[in-house]
Design a binder for this molecule. Structure first.
Ligand code: FAD
Length: 750
């Protein structure tokens, strides 16, 4: 493989006019550009290479990284693609080619599972400050501003790379899933190729990777006045050659896609045929000008890489045999209690799991449990119908790599067991409700026969159609099934779904119990997620896991007043695995004060904390226990005040010193009366700030990431500003310090 080092470059350009060119400034550009032209025209094994490394929890970062690797060839480059945990396949200690990182963030700012080891490695304090002096990198960080530690994994990696001497060759992209990842990703990808080429040119030129420290400056240098342009003029390369080279530099394939059938107005046939009375309102299936008249930039077509064959099975497969059986347990639900009352509140249910048969599931308060849920049977059935595969649902599926695939690093997905039946594959392995990504829409275009529908799918995945994509696909969380219903002439093969749908993810639920109080049992509480009907979805629906749990326990539900559920039908077993949380734990020193903020189901882990503390107080009556505060909130006192009796008992026993509760939907006597947890927090600001700033206390926040966690964070900032008489920046530093010390901890979800 070609390695762009100065030595090799001189090998190619050792004499003649090139040596002369070296003697002046312009010549430098000329040389660098010639290098580029030369390397672009080399046989494929000698193309300049760069490295793409990804860390991905749900497959998003991985698919972006794969896209970059695939597109490399169009730009005359070769990409080595690796997951960060494949440390045997790459070696940053010796890497001389530019490195592109694409990393997501999960949980409370944590690295994805497959980036954990890498982050640990680069965090080692024994590494010297010039450890990565030779390294040129850029980074695309994926995150969600609904969470406090936005893009934390990307930021951590970047900070460490810089501390270890690595140089950035292209500015970092911070993509926000809260508003649409593509807002940042698209322009970032657009500029990436020139930046990589610029970095390779610089490395080729001086061999010492002397990039400017200021990437903004160097970014200015790279694109418009790039050596490539200068070179093209100087050497009078023919226009044809030039346009070929230019097309290599374009990150998006510019498919000049015109409307399917355009009349004088340029509207697609659906609109023009009924003119002049057509109402120009866009919908999932229909666009309006200017989009309907626009040329489109569509993403590159993902290369197909899987081949699927069916084998008739003698025996019908009834049960799912999940992978990773060592960590997975099938446990019975031993109790299901409805904690909420009435329609005006979210349905909250407490489930008790009998884990006495699984000694390895020794959990601590603060841990959670991953629950593996199946896709809904009727949705799987509809999908089978839609794919025309209903008669093959019990056939075994064989998945192999296509021999002719151009996809870099193509692999048979590891989350699909070999020879699983089609029905079980669609039921347990693929997130069939996931929102189709633009690459997916692009791939669907190739399997759509109707030209109007084809054009609309192209629009939805195009740069120009980004707003329509957000409005009609992303915001309403449209599923593949709903999309296929809207585009009836689209008939994708099963292989495409397996290639492009992510793995069905387990859903985590926080422990709402302590083993000291409930030996052999794990309690958790969930609220049933409900979402409304919208364009493309005639009826509303329920969250996948919470809807499924609700359905399986509904016939056996009891209410808190009914103590025993003995007459109820037997409850089923479910697949779970323990998900330890090493930081969201009660303090190891019980004498430090603790503030807990958990409205709604966010109270769950604090029930575990308090049960544990109550038992510990019984065991060690002489020990010193710090002050405990709990801020809880719900809509109505008599409908969704979860664990009311238990919380009041904690207060009576002295385990909980301060219980602050507010009800957001009840009439308030005056405006001063708190409505949300942060209002109550503010009312107690002196005590709370004292605990945090002077008594080494801990603050825990659990529950809704979208609004509550942010509001609490803002309120804490205000309280610190007022207490310490400092400005916003100082207050933010103080709060960041608490986070660093792991005394401000969050367990939040969207
Ligand atoms: P999903 O089907 O995954 O939907 C997720 C979200 O997407 C929904 O909120 C919904 O708004 C939206 N959505 C999905 N489909 C559509 C659609 N078609 N239209 C519109 N919107 C849609 N939850 C608890 O209740 N209790 C807990 O103790 C708890 N602990 C957690 C601990 C951790 C560490 C984490 C990360 C999460 C925790 N959660 C908890 C959240 C839980 O894991 C699930 O995310 C939640 O229950 C929703 O799962 P679901 O499968 O029912 O919803």
């Amino acid at each position: 493989m070609f390695d762009v080092t100065s030595a090799k470059c001189f090998h190619y350009y050792g004499s003649g006019p090139i040596r002369e060119a070296f003697s002046n400034q312009e010549g430098v550009s000329v040389l660098v550009c010639l290098l580029f032209i030369q390397v672009c025209c080399m046989p494929s094994e000698e193309k300049p290479r760069f490295v793409v490394l990804y860390g991905s929890q749900k497959g998003q970062a991985q698919s972006i990284a794969e896209g970059i690797a695939e597109e490399a060839e169009e730009h005359g480059l070769v990409a080595d693609l690796c997951c960060l945990n494949q440390s045997e396949k790459y070696n940053l200690d010796k890497e001389r080619a530019p490195v592109v990182f694409v990393v997501s963030t999960t949980g409370d700012g944590d690295p994805p599972d497959n980036a954990l080891q890498f982050v640990k490695r680069i965090k080692k304090r024994t590494l010297s400050p010039d450890h990565y002096k030779h390294l040129l990198y850029t980074l695309l960080a994926l995150g969600d501003t609904n969470y406090a530690n936005f893009c934390n994994c990307g930021k951590t990696i970047e900070r460490r790379l810089q501390e270890l001497g690595a140089k950035q060759f292209y500015q970092t992209g911070y993509a926000d899933d809260g508003v649409g990842l593509e807002l940042v990703i698209d322009p970032w990808l657009e500029g990436l190729w020139k930046a990589i080429k610029g970095a390779l040119s610089n490395m080729a030129f001086d061999g010492t990777t002397q990039l400017k420290e200021n990437v903004e400056d160097s970014a200015k240098d790279i694109p418009d006045s790039s050596p490539l342009d200068v070179q093209l003029k100087r050497l009078s390369i023919t226009d044809k050659q030039k346009s070929e080279l230019d097309s290599h530099a374009s990150p998006l394939k510019i498919a000049d896609v015109r409307p399917a059938s355009t009349g004088s107005t340029g509207l697609p046939s659906e609109s023009t045929s009924s003119a002049p009375h057509v109402s120009l309102v866009a919908s999932l299936q229909r666009s309006v000008p200017p989009l309907s008249e626009s040329s489109l930039n569509v993403p590159a077509l993902p290369s197909p890489f899987l081949q699927v064959t069916f084998q008739e099975a003698d025996v019908v497969e009834q049960t799912f045999e999940p992978l990773h059986r060592e960590t997975l347990h099938q446990v019975p639900i031993s109790k299901a209690v409805q904690l909420s009352k009435g329609d005006s509140v979210k349905t909250a249910i407490l489930l008790e799991l009998d884990i006495s048969g699984c000694p390895s599931m020794n959990y601590q308060p603060g841990d959670s449990l991953d629950i593996f849920c199946p896709n809904r049977a009727e949705e799987v059935d509809q999908l089978l119908h839609r794919l025309g595969l209903q008669s093959q649902q019990n056939h075994r599926v064989q998945i192999t790599l296509r021999e002719d695939t151009k996809k870099k690093g193509a692999q048979v997905p590891s989350h699909i067991p070999q020879s699983i039946s089609l029905l079980l594959l669609l039921t347990w392995c693929l997130e069939i409700r996931s929102v189709p990504k633009k690459a997916f829409l692009r791939a669907l275009v190739e399997h759509t026969s109707d030209t109007t529908q084809k054009r609309r799918l192209q629009e939805l995945c195009s740069k120009q159609g980004a707003a329509d994509y957000n409005l009609f696909v992303r915001d309403p969380s449209l599923s593949v099934l709903e999309l296929l219903a809207a585009f009836p002439s689209c008939s994708p093969p099963l292989s495409l779904l397996i290639e492009l749908l992510p793995k069905l993810q387990p859903r985590p639920y926080s422990a709402a119990s302590s083993l000291l109080r409930h030996p052999g049992k794990f309690h958790f509480v969930f609220s049933v997620v409900e979402f409304p009907a919208c364009s493309g979805r005639p009826t509303g629906g329920r969250g996948l896991c919470t809807g499924w749990l609700f359905d399986i326990v509904n016939p056996s539900l009891v209410f808190p007043v009914q103590t025993e559920a003995s007459s109820s039908p037997a409850l089923p077993k479910i697949h779970v695995s323990l998900r330890p949380n090493c930081s969201f734990r009660p303090p190891s020193d019980p004498s430090v004060p603790v503030i807990m903020i958990g409205p709604g189901t966010g109270v769950a882990p604090f029930i575990g904390f308090l049960q544990q503390r109550q038992e510990e107080r019984k065991e060690k009556p002489e020990a010193q226990f710090g002050e405990t505060w709990l801020f809880f909130g719900c809509r109505y006192r008599d409908r969704d005040y979860l664990f009311r009796e238990e919380l009041e008992n904690f207060v009576t026993s002295g385990t909980l010193n301060h219980l602050k509760v507010c009800f957001s939907r009840e009439d308030r006597k005056d405006e001063e009366e708190p409505r949300y947890v942060q209002h109550n927090l503010l009312l107690c600001r002196q005590r709370v700030t004292d605990i945090l700033l002077r008594q080494n206390g801990y603050i825990y926040v659990c529950g809704d990431a979208k609004n509550m966690a942010k509001d609490v964070n803002d309120t804490l900032l205000e309280m610190i500003k007022a207490e310490l008489q400092v400005d916003q920046l100082e207050a933010m530093k103080t709060l960041a310090g608490l986070r660093e010390e792991k005394r401000y901890l969050q367990d939040i979800w969207a």
